[in-house]
Write a protein that binds this ligand. Sequence first.
Ligand SMILES: [Zn+2]
Length: 300
Amino acid sequence: MVTLAGASLRTQSVRDRGEALALDADRVVVARDEIDMHALPQDRREGESIVVVGVLADEIDAPGCVGSGHGYILTVPPTTGRAALERAEQLPRDQLDSLRREWWEKRTYVYVTPGDELVKRALAGFPDDVRALAGRCRILRPEARSGGGYYSDRNEIELAAGVETYEGLHQVELSACHELFHYVCWNDRRYRADEDQNFPYLRRAVRESRKLLPAFPRYRDWVTGSFLRQGDHANPVEYFADIPTNFRDVAELPGPIRAHFAPLIAGSPLPYDLSRSPDWPVVPAEVTLETFQRWLAGRE
Ligand SMILES: [Zn+2]
């Protein structure tokens, strides 16, 4: 038994890969290296950068992220695990942090949200057609503390089964939402056409919004204070996934960006056909990450 935020939970020891008991609880919980051709081998744990990590999980440092390996998985009924984590998250920040450090020393986490349930939770409130499309995406929950990503070659998402425990119950839904909009960008015929052309319509929306930032303070603060701080990660692909994740009210977005994303957030029609070639000159020098970031920052 382990006591977690006042709840007594029965632990199940994972003695080796062949006995990863979460596999019994949910067939989409898998050891990362069993499914991910890009994953690092289990014996290279320290000092490696981890595989694709959703933007929301990027702040986690690399050592120790790759997998819990020989730890415990608490396979408790989802309601019990969720209630325990909810109680833990009500603690003052420093107490929660030290609790998480203790849990990590024991490689303990609670597995509370199977992938199919996580898809539903992450897409709550989005338009029906978006939920219908993105709802087809499978989310695997690898046995790891953190990390994840959308893999276009498999057309599915991985999100570490430890995210609820170590990053929080809300964070796991935000991370899943972000990854699901990578899936949408790849699988929605309209937006995929823009990506296949290297995002001319998205870039134009960003360019046309660059003088409008002062009127949209929450967007401005997010883009300059958070999004652009990620360096090379602040690219059109990540921006696409972050906008619906971070802005559920399109009124908070500058007009051209609002128009581009409103079909995904508010269910309104797209004002232009993304499959058409741009009818404005696309200068190669403007199709760079540097220009994209400069426009995002509101500069010429
Ligand atoms: Zn991403």
